[in-house]
Design a protein around this ligand. Structure first.
Ligand code: HEC
Ligand code: HEC
Ligand code: HEC
Ligand code: HEC
Length: 105
């Protein structure tokens, strides 16, 4: 049963062009190009345009599941935690770059 499920997931990840070593940015670019986050494909200087695109597709901090999202409404933007070019697909953002009390997601 588990094996079947894993095979199905593996097949699915190939179908979507997602492989383990993909960064979050590459995975999104394979779906919709660099333009899905960057205006005309060029990075902005402040990341504002990019973060508006995340919200347009996924919803904002108060709409997403998980306390780690709602807790930072009006304080953080998506890329503060999900650095698209520095993180791999499936990699969980950590908390200790800002909180030093050992909290986890
Ligand atoms: C999921 C959204 C997303 C996609 C897709 C994406 N980027 Fe980015 N990119 C960002 C964000 C957010 C930043 C700024 C923050 C950062 O550096 O992580 C950024 C920054 C950059 C920078 C500035 C240098 C740097 O790394 O900070 C370059 C260059 C860049 N992206 C190129 C690309 C190219 C080329 C593609 C397509 C292959 C692409 N990006 C696809 C979100 C994305
Ligand atoms: C404070 C850091 C933080 C911020 C800011 C944040 N996230 Fe997250 N996000 C996380 C963590 C941690 C998880 C993983 C939760 C888990 O799996 O336990 C997550 C999970 C997700 C997931 C589900 C990923 C999966 O594995 O299915 C999506 C989608 C997501 N975030 C999108 C966003 C978007 C869009 C924004 C901006 C509106 C955002 N996040 C802002 C920390 C953050
Ligand atoms: C054009 C629409 C679109 C934009 C723009 C977009 N995403 Fe996504 N994102 C998706 C889709 C579709 C998926 C794959 C299905 C899913 O997991 O929801 C995805 C998946 C994710 C995941 C889960 C990846 C995993 O680990 O499984 C995270 C986290 C995420 N996006 C964060 C972001 C962040 C942060 C930004 C902005 C920098 C962003 N997305 C911009 C459509 C988008
Ligand atoms: C980019 C910096 C940053 C990251 C990363 C971050 N936080 Fe925060 N967080 C803040 C700031 C700023 C506040 C508001 C000031 C405060 O209360 O410390 C805050 C407040 C909170 C609060 C509400 C107040 C409190 O202290 O309980 C919770 C809950 C929280 N964060 C959970 C998390 C979790 C869980 C993670 C890891 C997924 C995380 N944070 C990652 C910056 C961050």
């Amino acid at each position: 049963m588990l094996k079947k499920l894993l095979c199905a997931l593996f097949g699915l990840s190939f179908a979507f062009g997602v492989v383990a070593a993909d960064t979050l940015a590459d995975m999104h670019a394979e779906m919709n190009g660099c333009e899905s986050c960057h205006e005309d494909g060029s990075p902005s200087s402040d990341g504002a345009f990019e973060n508006e695109q995340c919200v347009a597709c996924h919803g904002g901090l108060t709409e997403l599941e998980g306390e780690q999202h709602a807790a930072h409404a009006d304080m953080l933007v998506c890329s503060d935690c999900h650095a698209p070019h520095d993180m791999e697909v499936g990699q969980k953002p950590t908390c200790d770059s800002c909180h030093d009390d050992g909290r986890t997601p």
